[in-house]
Design a protein around this ligand. Structure first.
Ligand code: FES
Length: 142
């Protein structure tokens, strides 16, 4: 049912934890299943490159695996490149998810966007193409 990559990132998740004084933090949740994901970003002030990314996910295995893969995909990227790390990109990098679990990967995309939004707010900048998260914990789609 799950790809080897999903099982690998679920059993051995990368970049678990917190970043102290993070450049941006985003927390999102899915009201239906109750799962919550928080992403921390450390963004270089000069180059605007994401130097580090960590996550904490209280959720299902697919949510853990997608958070883990999402952190790997955004580290070393510019803000614009990180915006393109969509749930589709994360799912593809994991060699797919069962259809019933695709909504879990939405949390990863939303958490990255929420963390970037937080970064933009703290620095008084506008990131083109980034829309304001509805609220801190919002009702994700099923
Ligand atoms: Fe809730 Fe996967 S079942 S995020």
């Amino acid at each position: 049912m799950y790809s080897e990559k999903v099982m690998d990132h679920f059993t051995n998740p990368r970049n678990v934890g917190e970043i102290e004084n993070a450049s941006g933090v985003g927390t999102v949740g899915n009201a239906k299943c109750g799962d919550i994901m928080r992403i921390y970003l450390d963004i270089d002030e000069d180059t605007k490159i994401i130097k580090d990314c960590k996550f904490k996910t209280f959720g299902c295995g697919a949510a853990v695996a997608t958070s883990s893969m999402a952190t790997e995909l955004v580290i070393g990227k510019t803000i614009d490149q990180a915006l393109k790390v969509t749930n589709k990109a994360v799912t593809e990098a994991l060699d797919g998810l069962p259809p019933v679990k695709v909504h879990c990967s939405l949390l990863a995309e939303e958490a990255i966007h929420a963390a970037l939004w937080d970064y933009a707010q703290k620095h008084g900048i506008v990131i083109e193409g980034l829309v304001e998260p509805k609220k801190d914990i919002h009702e994700g789609e099923e």
